[in-house]
Design a protein around this ligand. Structure first.
Ligand code: ADP
Ligand code: MG
Length: 160
C-alpha cells in the first residue's frame, strides 16, 4: 500500500507545490515510484510537471483526464464507479506520475463542505468525503506507486 504525503496549508506561497514536486523528484531519484496529485485549482503543480509548453495543449487534448473529471461520478451523482486515472508520466522521469489538476475543482468544494456536516441525514452525500481517498488508492494501485504526494489548497485535504 502506498504511503501518502499530504502538503496542505490554507495560505498560498508557502511552498506546498515546490516541496511536492521536489520531494517527488527526489524519491523517484532514489528508485521509488511516485504519484503526484494536483488538488489545487490553480494547477501550478500540473504546470511545473508538464512544462509551460505542454500545459495548455494537454487540457485541450484531454479535457476530462484530471482530478475533477475523475471525481465526477461521485460529485455529479452518476451511477458508475470511480475509475483509476491514467496518469501522465512526467517527461524523462519514468516512475513519476501526475494526476493533473482542474481549474474547476473548486466547483465541488461546496458539495464537499455540505457533505461533512449533512451526510448523516442526506444519504446522497454519504460517498463524497471518502471518494477522494478511494480514487487515490485505485490510481496508486493502477500505477503501482510507493508514494502518493498531494498538493492541496482547499477542503479536499480533510478527505485523505
Ligand atoms: N525552499 C524555497 N526556497 C526559495 N524559494 C522557494 C522555496 N520554496 C518555494 N519557493 C518559492 O516560493 C514561491 C511560492 O511557492 P509555491 O510552492 O508556489 O507555494 P504554494 O504552493 O504554497 O502556494 C514560489 O515562487 C517558489 O519558487
Ligand atoms: Mg501551490
Amino acid at each position: 500500500m502506498a504511503k501518502v504525503i499530504c502538503m496542505f496549508n490554507h495560505k498560498g506561497g508557502v511552498s506546498k507545490t515546490t516541496t511536492s514536486y521536489n520531494l517527488a523528484w527526489m524519491l523517484r531519484e532514489k528508485g521509488k515510484r511516485v504519484l503526484l496529485v494536483d488538488a489545487d485549482s490553480q494547477c501550478n503543480l500540473t504546470n511545473i510537471a508538464l512544462g509551460e509548453d505542454e500545459f495548455a495543449q494537454f487540457y485541450l487534448d484531454h479535457p476530462d483526464r484530471n482530478i475533477k473529471g475523475a471525481l465526477s461520478p461521485a460529485f455529479d451523482a452518476k451511477p458508475v464507479m470511480l475509475e483509476a486515472v491514467e496518469c501522465v508520466t512526467v517527461k524523462g522521469q519514468e516512475g513519476l506520475f501526475l494526476l493533473p489538476g482542474s481549474f474547476e475543482l473548486s466547483e465541488y468544494e461546496v458539495s464537499l463542505g455540505v457533505s461533512f456536516t449533512l451526510s448523516d441525514t442526506m444519504a446522497t452525500l454519504k460517498n463524497l468525503p471518502g471518494s477522494f481517498a478511494f480514487l487515490l488508492s485505485r490510481t496508486a494501485e493502477h500505477h503501482q506507486v510507493d508514494y502518493i504526494i498531494t498538493d492541496f489548497r482547499v477542503r479536499f485535504e480533510a478527505t485523505v
